[in-house]
Design a protein around this ligand. Structure first.
Ligand code: GTP
Ligand code: MG
Ligand code: ZN
Length: 260
């Protein structure tokens, strides 16, 4: 989905008032992909909106981290929506902000229900091709309906019993936005592998590490246990958030285990 092609309209149909033909013809060539996401399988995406609910279902930061790594590998712009802000009080919201600080991606608190953050979201989507990703029940389809009500996407209640979404969106769908742009609504998922990523590539996918890399004592520093590690010094100094660093360590161990 989302591939650009070179399309030769059938001669018999070409012309007409719009000059665009009747839509029949031959796909001559698949043009090179600017980006390709494996999950969801969509090509030529420019940006990703990562949607996490603050509650019902509660945020899965590990999944968020995996999605952000995938976005980084594909060179996608990122917007993180923390949705259902209407379900938490100010103190809860502030504690999430504090935990993430400093966060290296734009963060937007939203409520599809109350219209919070929707104007900003709409503006971010304008004229671009964006994919929405995140767990089932986080509110991806609801946010898109709030941005453009005539999309009329199906949404569904989160299960009270297990506190998870019910996988309402079944297939990724490419939807046109007005006046310009496309958005792909996708089915929620809860697992994402880091397959193909090497442990020594990981640090480069944490944007907030960038200014510290190359300043470690050891050139091939893994930023896990070596002395004189500039990344760990930055964590101690509060320039890199502790929870992001812990996530780095967690993923690094996972990748090392796969490499053995
Ligand atoms: N209170 C509140 N409920 C919301 C908000 N956004 C979505 N919901 C509700 O959350 C439930 C799930 O929303 P969906 O939009 O279907 O979630 P989804 O992320 O598209 O889920 P899948 O399609 O299963 O991946 C629905 O009952 C929505 O009404 C919000 O901002 N606040
Ligand atoms: Mg949906
Ligand atoms: Zn280091």
């Amino acid at each position: 989905m989302g591939d650009a092609v070179l399309f030769q309209p059938d001669e018999i149909n070409a012309g007409g008032e719009s000059g665009a033909g009747e839509g029949t013809g031959v796909i001559e060539k698949l043009l090179p992909r600017r980006s390709y996401l494996s999950r969801p399988p969509v090509a030529n995406i420019e940006q990703i909106v990562l949607v996490m609910a603050l509650k019902d279902p509660s945020p899965d930061w590990q999944l968020a981290g995996r999605i952000l790594l995938q976005a980084g590998r594909e060179g996608l712009k990122v917007l993180c929506c923390l949705n259902k802000v209407d379900l938490v009080d100010k103190a809860e919201k502030n504690s999430v902000s504090a935990m993430l600080e400093p966060f290296p991606y734009p963060l937007l608190f939203t409520s599809a229900e109350r219209g919070v953050g929707i104007a900003h979201l709409r503006e971010t989507l304008q004229g671009r091709t964006t994919v929405f990703a995140g767990p089932s029940g986080a509110g991806k389809s609801s946010l898109l309906n709030a941005v453009q009500p005539d999309l009329a996407l199906k949404t569904g209640k989160v299960s009270d019993k297990i506190g998870r979404g019910r996988h309402i969106t079944r297939h990724a769908e490419l939807l046109p936005l007005r006046p310009a742009g496309f958005v792909v609504d996708t089915p929620g998922f809860s697992r994402l592998s880091l397959a193909g990523l090497k442990s020594d590539q990981l640090a480069g996918l944490f944007p907030e590490f960038a200014s510290h890399l190359g300043r470690c004592t050891f050139r091939d520093c893994s930023h896990i246990h070596e002395p004189g590690c500039a990344v760990r010094d930055a964590v101690t100094a509060g320039e890199i958030s502790d929870c992001r660093y812990r996530q780095y360590r967690f993923f690094w161990k996972e990748l090392i285990a796969e490499e053995r």
